[in-house]
Ligand binder design. Structure first.
Ligand code: GLN
Length: 489
């Protein structure tokens, strides 16, 4: 019983609904686990024990009364701290929102609560989700549970580290350019970026609105399927959410992958890939072929422009989205003596934003300014179309694309933080998916010689999340990477 925290979300749900464990017992196990490891991992920004226990008690009472229980009943969930939670601080990892308590829930939070999920903790992130290592948080640097001297990835590094360390079995992240998949890969987890429009962004603090998506991070494929089934769907509060039926994604786990054709892009397997990642991908290909798929090399010729295109589009949108943090409506306001409104804005923003956010606002504003708009922003939109067309062409011949999630395994804390370009370049394998609006799932496929997890992503056509889950599950049942736990000293 004391090791309830080691169970998967599915097993916890089963224990709870069958009466084998109470919700209070479940959350107490996870609270104890947090007590053991959080001081070493620093994954969490807000954890209110009383609120967690109150939710658990309410659930136990509900079960006692014989009321129907939702799909997430009994499952503690970590929430990336850029997703609004009513009455619970939501900081986006930024000083500018250090004491911001939203008066409303994001759509996904309402959905989770309606499905009887337990909001367990708010997790650390790069400020406003801008980063690939969690080092851009204004509050703390999260450590990778597999090696505490290394980053957990970013920007959803707190969510990934919390799941990898067993503090929660499931978490939400956001993925604008890889922020769910890359931390999932660095921490040995499953992470899924849904199709753009599959999940409502209402209440997720906007970074780049044409790219942002909320999605699940979990220990196993079934966990992501379960959470996605709950959060997906049309929301009148998000005009970009699409009105398409939401299946029970868990059913996809039972489907056959036999006969599917998969493409492995040459551009994603460059010579500079470390041999551990290359070998892991080769092994996956063998496993998938043994399961009845055929894998062939494909071309995504505009891949080399993806990072540059992404950073123009994302930063341009960010510069506009972040204009709202002016100290007037909410968040930090300067206490310095000021002479006029303009000075109040600029002092507030200088004090409230960290260096990376300022860098993005400046480059984004520059790309949108008259005289440069055509050269940067408009050009980036044209290349974005080319990148999307690359995938469309590929999907004429293959059912899904497979590729490493990241060109590196978890790097050392401090290794790249002073060199933004080298940090940006680690996003080379994830950003094209966001530019093209496609769904992609990263899953654990092995470990490097240093014992660091390696992730592989499966990329699909719009709204083909089920196919990705089928493939991931088919691979997972043949392997045991997802069953391993890090030894946290
Ligand atoms: N690492 C990318 C960036 O810094 C992606 C971030 C994200 O997906 N939120 O912009």
């Amino acid at each position: 019983m004391s090791e309830l925290w080691k169970l998967t979300s599915g097993d916890l749900h089963e224990r709870f609904t069958s009466g084998a464990a109470s919700a209070v017992e479940i959350v107490e196990s996870h609270l104890d686990r947090a007590d053991q490891v959080e001081a070493k991992i620093d994954a969490i920004l807000t954890l209110d024990r009383d609120h967690v226990l109150a939710q658990a008690k309410a659930l136990d009472a509900k079960r006692e009364k014989g009321e129907p229980l939702g799909m997430l009943a009994g499952i503690p969930i970590g929430i990336k701290d850029n997703i609004c939670t009513e009455g619970i601080k939501t900081t986006a990892g930024s000083r500018i929102l250090e004491s911001f308590v939203p008066p409303y829930n994001a759509h996904v939070i309402d959905k989770i609560l309606a499905a009887d999920g337990i909001i367990f903790a708010k997790t650390n992130l790069d400020e406003f989700a801008m980063g690939s290592s969690c080092e851009n948080s204004a509050f703390k640097v999260t450590k990778n549970p597999w090696d505490l001297t290394r980053v957990p990835g970013g920007s959803s590094g707190g969510s990934a580290a919390a799941v990898a360390a067993g503090i929660v079995p499931l978490a939400l992240g956001t993925d604008t350019g890889g922020s769910i998949r890359q931390p999932a890969s660095f921490c040995g987890l499953v992470g899924m970026k849904p199709t753009y429009g599959r999940v409502s962004r209402y209440g997720a603090l906007a970074f780049a609105s044409s790219l942002d998506q909320i999605g699940p991070i979990s220990k196993d494929v079934a966990g992501s399927a379960r959470l996605l089934s709950v959060i997906a769907g049309k929301d009148p509060n998000d005009g970009t959410s699409i009105d398409q039926e939401v299946p029970d994604y868990r059913e996809a786990l039972e489907e056959e992958m036999f006969g599917l054709t998969l493409g492995l892009p040459k551009e994603y397997m460059s010579d500079s890939l470390p041999s551990s990642i290359r070998e892991a991908v080769d092994d996956v290909v063998l496993t998938l072929e043994a399961l009845g798929t055929s894998v062939r090399a494909i071309d995504l010729p505009h891949t080399e422009y993806a990072v540059a295109t992404y950073y123009v589009v994302a930063n341009s949108e960010a510069s506009s989205n972040l204009a709202r943090y002016d100290g007037m409506h909410y968040g930090h306001r300067t206490k310095a003596p000021i002479k006029n409104l303009a000075e109040s804005f600029s002092r507030t923003r200088s004090e409230g934003f960290g260096d990376e956010v300022k860098r993005r606002i400046m480059t984004g504003t520059h790309a949108l300014s008259s005289g440069y708009y055509d050269a940067y922003y408009l050009k980036a939109l044209k290349v974005r179309r080319k990148i999307r067309e690359d995938f469309e062409t590929a999907f004429e011949d293959v059912d899904a694309v497979i590729a490493p999630t990241s060109p590196v395994t978890a790097f050392k804390i401090g290794e790249k933080i002073d060199d933004p370009l080298s940090m940006y370049l680690t996003d080379i394998l994830t950003v094209a998916v966001n530019l093209a609006g496609l769904p992609a799932l990263s899953l654990p496929v092995g470990f490097s010689g240093e014992g660091l997890p390696i992730g592989l992503q499966i990329i699909g056509q719009p709204f083909e999340e089920e196919l990705l889950l089928t493939l991931a599950q088919g691979y997972q049942v043949e392997t045991d990477h997802h069953k391993k736990w890090p030894q946290i000293p």
